[in-house]
Design a protein around this ligand. Structure first.
Ligand SMILES: Cc1cc2nc3c(=O)[nH]c(=O)nc-3n(C[C@H](O)[C@H](O)[C@H](O)COP(=O)(O)OP(=O)(O)OC[C@H]3O[C@@H](n4cnc5c(N)ncnc54)[C@H](O)[C@@H]3O)c2cc1C
Length: 400
């Protein structure tokens, strides 16, 4: 068995995700806490050229961070790196209800389905806990007057779901068959035949893909103005993008910002006419046309943005303290293609006012269905709807 070394620090949710995956594979991880041993931080930077934890080594091979570890698992290469052979697929177990996804929507569905004695099984995903694991401060979720960190909140959600009997499996669903009942829902190791399924797989913000952007997430870089805008009151900010969402974010941020620079790589916006008109007329918004982001500037926190003119190649620095990336979201619904009706972007279509999908017995909730609100509280609300819809549907089928 190769020695696995992981540079970590306390409170790092990406480290927890990577550890959970390796422990599910029976691996022992030697952790190096770079906060407790600052000289090991320098060692990590020297070995990897990276400034973010976790950094994972399998033997002498550098994997990278948690996302890269998960990518190896999804591509089927991780077992080879670890020198373990793939277990034969297990016989499917029966379940009344399987929930796919462990953000606010999935856990809320788990709480309600658990309290209804449906013994729900949850595939929490390799990136369990959902989008809020990426954020340090949640100030707008009711019931937390002092705010709460995203990972803390998701731990509470999980505990509450488990308290009512939700069985949580830290794996991705890689295969579903909704063409016949009971429905097949399967991950790499566990397979279930379920009477009802709740899809709560959320969405992922698209990022620019710059190293400096990843390093400064939560330190001035964000993908959610509604969530984080108020944290930068009185500061200069930037929004990256030229669509409706970018204009919405920019207009929203003018409530707090001294100035908002919209950086767009073309010379005109993609946004609808009405949104363009509003943004162009707002004196707090300036447009940086024909420009791409070269680098987010700052060591500990964002101090600026280096942009490059796509025509001339000329670079210039914009001093500011927050950068909101608004280049779109991608619903995590690839595994449902051909199984459920999806809209052109990939959001699961649900009947208005309910969580019913195109397949009877399959329900959907949260950001996987919602291009508009994308908030934890709305995701939790629709998670509740999905569990109640599923419970009533099961009861109507005589399954209680
Ligand atoms: C940086 C950031 C900050 C934010 N801050 C706030 C805030 O302050 N307040 C607020 O209200 N909202 C905030 N949001 C938005 C909020 O996080 C989302 O609206 C909310 O998390 C959506 O919940 P969800 O349960 O639908 O999906 P997600 O939170 O996206 O969770 C979906 C889960 O499903 C899992 N999954 C995906 N595919 C599979 C699969 N095939 N098998 C198994 N599991 C799978 C994923 O790994 C993930 O764990 C923020 C978002 C971001 C990105």
């Amino acid at each position: 068995m190769p020695v696995i070394t992981m540079y970590t620090k306390p409170g790092c949710s990406y480290c927890d995700r990577a550890k959970a995956l390796l422990s599910r594979k029976g691996q022992i991880v030697t952790e190096i806490d770079i906060e407790a041993e600052p000289q090991r931080r320098d060692e990590m930077i020297e070995r990897t050229g990276r400034y973010t934890v976790p950094q994972i080594f399998i033997g002498d091979r550098h994997v990278g961070g948690s996302d890269e570890l998960h990518d190896l698992e999804v591509s089927g290469e991780l077992d080879g790196w670890l020198g373990v052979s793939k277990a034969a697929p297990r016989e499917p177990e029966r379940a009344r209800i399987v929930i796919i996804g462990s953000g606010p929507a999935g856990y809320t569905a788990g709480i309600y389905a658990g309290r209804a004695d449906l013994a729900p099984v949850m595939f929490a995903g390799l990136r369990f806990g959902g989008q809020l694991m990426l954020t340090t401060e949640v100030e707008n979720y009711p019931g937390f007057p002092e705010g709460v960190t995203g990972p803390e909140m998701m731990e509470l959600f999980q505990k509450q779901a488990e308290r009512f009997g939700t069985r949580v499996i830290a794996d991705d669903v890689t295969e579903v068959d909704f063409s016949r009942r009971p429905f097949l829902v399967a991950g790499a190791d566990d397979r279930f035949l379920a009477d009802a399924v709740i899809v709560a797989t959320g969405a992922s913000a698209r990022w620019l893909g710059l190293e400096s952007e990843a390093r400064l997430v939560n330190k001035g870089v964000s993908a959610c103005a509604t969530c984080d805008g108020a944290l930068f009151r009185g500061k200069a900010m930037a929004v990256i993008g030229g669509g409706d969402t970018a204009m919405e974010e920019a207009l929203f941020l003018t409530r707090y910002a001294s100035k908002v620079s919209v950086v767009h790589r073309r010379d005109r916006l993609r946004a609808s006419k009405i949104m363009q008109d509003r943004a162009l007329a707002n004196p707090k918004i300036e447009f940086v046309w024909n420009s791409e982001v070269d680098e987010v500037l700052g060591d500990e926190f964002v101090t600026g943005l280096r942009v490059r003119d796509v025509g001339t190649g000329e670079k210039r620095d914009l001093p500011l303290e927050a950068v909101f990336v608004a280049i779109g979201h991608e619903p995590n619904t690839q595994v449902f293609r051909g199984q459920l009706a999806l809209d052109p972007v990939g959001y699961v279509k649900v009947e208005p006012g309910s969580s019913r999908t195109s397949v009877e017995g399959v329900f959907a909730c949260g950001d996987a269905t919602d291009p508009h609100y994308r908030q934890a509280v709305t995701a939790a609300g629709t998670g509740c709807m999905a569990a109640i819809d599923a419970e009533r549907w099961l009861a109507a089928q005589g399954i209680e």
